[in-house]
Each structure stands twice: as C-alpha cells, then as structure tokens.
Write a protein that binds this ligand. Structure first.
Ligand SMILES: Cc1cc2nc3c(=O)[nH]c(=O)nc-3n(C[C@H](O)[C@H](O)[C@H](O)COP(=O)(O)OP(=O)(O)OC[C@H]3O[C@@H](n4cnc5c(N)ncnc54)[C@H](O)[C@@H]3O)c2cc1C
Length: 397
C-alpha cells in the first residue's frame, strides 16, 4: 500500500541511520536495496519507489540466463564473473533452488532448419549432444557452449521479488518525478501528484529504459529501449524436458535474415523462448507493453520446429506471450556510480541483455560505494557516469 511521504519520514527512518531511496523496482533496484540492507558498516534504512509493481518490466519477463565467462575479454568481465559467483552464494543463502528456480544448466548452440529449407536439403539430427526433446530438424551438429560449471539460470521475476523482500525495504508505489538537489547534493525525491519531499541521504536511480526521462540523467547521457519478445509454454510432458539452454540460429526462409532465439526450460516445467528484437519507443506505462503478433507467431513457429513438445495448443499450453525493453546505452556499457555534479545521487542502468546476471555485483558494488565511499566487489571505473561528461566536453555539447 502506498504511504504518504510525510508518514514515511516520521515512521521508517531511525535516528542516526542513513535513509537511502532507491527509485525503480526492477532487478537492479532490488539487488541494490538488498546489498544496502546487508552492509554492516552503516545503519541503513531503504525505501524502494516503484511506479507500477516490482519486476513488472524486463526484470520479470527476461530469460534469467546466467553465464560466468561470456563477457570475458571486455570491460564487463569482472562484473559478470563476480555476479555469477554471487548468484550461487545468494541461492545458498536464500534457498534459491526452491524459491526462485536457481539451477545449473548445460548450454548448446543449435542451428535449426525452417520447414521449407529442411524439406529441400539433407538435414540430420545434428549430434548426440541434443537431448531427446529437441527432436526438430537441425542443420549441423549442435555445439556445447556452456557447462553446469559456467552456465545457470534463475526465474527473473521470483529472483527480483525475493531480493526485494529479503532487503526488508519499504516499498512505495509511486512515480518519481523530481530529484531534489540542494547545494549540489541530492536530498530527496518528489513523487508525481505529491508535494511533499521524501527525504534521503542518498538517491539511487535504477529506472531501466525509463532512466533518462529524469533530470539530472537526461542532461548527461541517453538510455534507449530495445524491444524484445518472449513466450512461455507448458509442455504436456514436462518431465521429458531436461535442463538444457538452447541458443538457436534459424533462417525462416532461403535468403532471409538469420534469427537467434533462445530457449530456457525452467524447473517449474515451463519453457521460456525469447528473441525478435527491434528499436521501439518505450511507453510511459510499463504495464501497457505488449508483444507484436508477427514476432510472437514467429517464436511459436520456431518453438514448434525445434521440438514437437513445444508445438502450441496440441501439446504445449501457452502461459504467456509478452514483450519488454532492454535498457541500452550509447557505448554498450552499464552506467553505475555517482552522477557528476550531484553528490549522493547514484545511477545504475544500461545493463542491456545481462541485467539479471549482473544485478548482484552491481548492487553489492553500489552499496559499498554509497556506504563506504569505495566499491570493493568490482572496480566500477569502466561504468562511471563521468565518462559522458568527458565525451560531451570533447564533442563541445
Ligand atoms: C526478452 C528479454 C530477455 C532477457 N534475458 C536475460 C537473461 O537471460 N539474462 C540476463 O542477465 N538478462 C536478460 N535480459 C536483460 C534484463 O532483463 C535487463 O537488463 C534487466 O531486467 C534490467 O533491469 P532494470 O532494473 O535496470 O530495469 P527494469 O526491469 O526495466 O526496471 C525498471 C523499473 O523502474 C520502474 N520505473 C520507471 N520509471 C519510474 C519512475 N519515474 N518512478 C518509479 N519507478 C519507475 C519501472 O516500472 C520498472 O519496474 C533480458 C531482457 C529481455 C527484454
């Protein structure tokens, strides 16, 4: 239930403790709230402000795939490796296997033929790496690209909700409209339709693809949304579906652009399939985001081609047909750190297709930066928002 700002400041903030306001209840906001609450260096109370409901956007509709070393060789390597390890320890601490479907996976790259191409070429069943339920036409042998040591999964909505609830943060439903800045310091936020300030010792902006609708982010850098589609199916014989994640390559017709959908069976017996991404405007209301029929139909077609267990209606019940937005920055890297020129105002966004993986190390590092003045879990330098000041100065903006 929503609390009024004046009540919040009186009831939930203990004297002597720091009050941190986290804006956005996606995986990044939830992980930040969790690690703020776990930090023993400072007495902290956390309030999370979410415009709709926690995990209503990409953090509830993502695949939940985790990889140890797929970001190696680039600036995200340490963030990803630290996050992968934190996912494992969080699962042990929070009973992740039962509560949010954490489990190790074998991951395969599988080239799939469309029906039209398959009928005119000599396709084979690929290789014996394929589990029995992947009984569609494959063009070349499947390749193993992840082991149970290096790839895993969570149910993203349940993971986000679990971390938020374990943080014991106060959750307020409301839209953050203004960050109050006094003498170069963030001192609170104001919600749409309210006049009172929710006071804060620090403000964290974790607003996903909505991030740059808010000043002071909007003056510094842009975050765009890449729309991606997904379907969730419940096969009639869930016990036949093994914990294998599939990275497909699929050509709908000869000469057509290759598609690269992903298939993630979940411990609940459901199978999640995603792909079909494109640039699109991010609507104001996260609840109003719907999938486009053509993209959803293509995902059903691919699912039915790769496995007879995933053919809609006849053998698989349709649980969800949906879309959501990846938060993307211009340089392809997340933005994590204090905003230049606004003390105590922090940002954590732009995690693109790796937000569920990288939530834990993002939250842990940001909590250390806010409460201890320095991040220890991961060096946040490559992700500093200050890089955009240098870029703007160079461009003379
Ligand atoms: C189809 C798909 C599959 C994916 N699969 C994977 C995967 O397998 N593994 C992986 O690691 N990542 C995956 N991702 C990426 C991942 O989902 C995102 O990187 C991550 O969810 C981003 O989290 P976030 O908290 O930054 O943003 P969001 O989840 O978008 O959360 C932002 C929140 O802020 C709220 N908000 C916005 N404006 C305001 C405001 N003014 N006031 C208050 N609240 C506000 C919104 O309502 C929303 O709840 C996938 C993404 C997509 C689209």
């Amino acid at each position: 239930m929503a609390a009024s700002p004046s009540h919040l400041s009186l009831q939930s903030v203990q004297p002597g403790s720091k009050h941190i306001v986290v804006c956005g209840g996606g995986v990044i906001g939830a992980c930040t709230a969790y690690f703020l609450s776990q930090n023993k260096k400072s007495q902290t109370s956390v309030t999370v402000i979410e415009k709709s409901s926690p995990a209503c956007a990409a953090s509830g509709k993502a695949g939940g795939f985790l990889a140890l070393d797929w970001c190696d060789g680039g600036p995200m390597s340490s963030l990803a490796r630290a996050s992968f390890k934190l996912h494992k320890s969080l699962s042990q601490k929070l009973n992740g296997e039962e509560v949010y479907g954490y489990r190790a996976l074998t991951t395969l790259s599988v080239p799939v033929l469309s029906e039209r191409i398959a009928s005119s070429s000599s396709s084979s069943r690929g290789s014996n790496l394929l589990p029995d339920w992947v009984d569609g036409d494959t063009a070349r042998p499947a390749k193993q690209i992840g082991t149970t040591e290096t790839t895993a999964q969570v149910h993203p909505r349940l993971f986000t909700q679990t971390l938020l609830s374990a943080s014991e943060a106060k959750v307020i439903k409301g839209e953050v409209e203004t960050i109050i800045v006094e003498n170069g310091h963030a001192t609170g936020v104001v919600l749409k339709g309210n006049k009172e300030v929710i006071p804060a010792d620090a403000v964290v902006l974790a607003l996903g693809p909505w991030s740059n609708r808010l000043s002071p982010i909007s003056e510094l850098f842009s975050v765009s949304g890449l729309k991606a589609h997904s379907i969730v199916l419940r096969p009639a014989e869930p016990d036949r579906i093994t914990p294998h994640a599939l990275f497909l390559s699929y050509q709908p017709a000869p000469g057509a652009k290759m598609l690269d959908p992903e298939v993630y069976p979940r411990p609940t017996g459901e199978v999640y399939i995603c792909g079909m991404s494109k640039d699109a405007d991010v609507p104001e209301d996260p609840e109003s985001i719907t999938g486009e029929t053509k993209s959803i139909e293509m995902l059903h077609k691919i699912a039915g081609t790769v496995s007879s267990h995933l053919k809609r209606d006849r053998v698989a019940e349709v649980i969800a047909e949906q879309a959501c937005f990846l938060p993307c920055t211009d340089d392809g890297l997340p933005v994590i750190g204090e905003l230049p020129g606004v003390k105590n105002c922090y940002v954590a966004t732009g995690h693109s297709c790796w937000g569920i993986l990288n939530g834990p190390a993002t939250g842990a590092s940001l909590a250390e930066l806010i409460l201890e003045g320095k991040s220890k879990t991961v060096d946040l330098k490559p992700f500093t928002p200050a890089r955009f000041v240098k870029r703007r100065t160079r461009l003379g903006v």
